[in-house]
Design a protein around this ligand. Structure first.
Ligand SMILES: Nc1nc2c(c(=O)[nH]1)N[C@H]1C(S)=C(S)[C@@H](COP(=O)(O)O)O[C@H]1N2
Ligand SMILES: [Mo]
Length: 197
């Protein structure tokens, strides 16, 4: 079969990856079940307008859809996944991050799971704070009701069951990153492990 290429002529599948047949479900422990009625997302740290949103608040802000190829560091990739939700530029207009906010840390409902990304990564066109997958609310297995999807980084940066988003001056290592995975996590550069950083 002829290899698929991206618009820049490079292969569509990052080095060392293969296509998954289904959509694997992966997390450090068990699947978390968050109650959609009582769900709250807290946004705080280096922003002018800290706030807490209910799921309804977030749904009212929905303004974006992406179709993305996603890549897990354990080597599976999935093409053409469709997510709907809020663009980070919309969120940033509301929150007004301070000049000093260079990193964004996601806290998750599976105790102890965090991950951090440079704020610039969230400004990419294909990053989204996702509420839907393939047109339906994201299910528990895939991190619903709310998870960021950041397709340009290995999928451990796309935190499931997000309950708090913290804006930071400085970087902080997350759960998989402390365990030896790369904090840079660019699949095109095959930054899988921390010794590449
Ligand atoms: N809260 C939380 N988010 C997480 C993880 C986790 O352990 N906890 N694992 C990450 C990893 S390693 C991967 S590959 C993806 C898997 O997402 P999926 O189960 O929707 O395929 O979730 C990421 N987000
Ligand atoms: Mo992963």
């Amino acid at each position: 079969m002829k290899e698929e290429l991206r618009s820049n002529g490079k292969p569509r599948l990052p080095p060392g990856q293969h296509i998954a047949k289904r959509f694997p479900i992966l997390q450090k422990g068990s699947v978390v079940h968050l109650d959609r009625e009582t769900y709250k997302l807290t946004l705080e740290g280096e922003i002018e307008n800290p706030m807490t949103f209910t799921l309804q608040d977030l749904e009212n802000l929905e303004d974006k859809e992406i179709v993305a190829d996603i890549h897990c560091v354990t080597s599976w990739s999935k093409f053409n996944t469709k997510w709907g939700g809020i663009s980070f530029s919309t969120l940033f207009k509301i929150l007004n991050p301070k000049e000093v906010a260079h990193f964004v840390e996601f806290y998750c409902a599976d105790e102890g799971f965090t991950t951090t990304v440079p704020i610039e990564r969230l400004k990419a066109d294909n990053a989204i704070l996702a509420l839907t997958y393939e047109g339906l609310p994201i299910n528990n297995q895939h991190g619903g009701p709310v998870r960021p999807i950041i397709p340009d980084l290995y999928l451990y940066k796309s935190a499931k069951w997000v309950i708090k988003i913290m804006f930071l001056k400085e970087d902080r290592l997350g759960y998989w990153e402390r365990g030896g995975y790369s904090n840079k996590a660019d699949p095109w550069k095959e930054q899988r492990y921390s010794y590449h950083d």
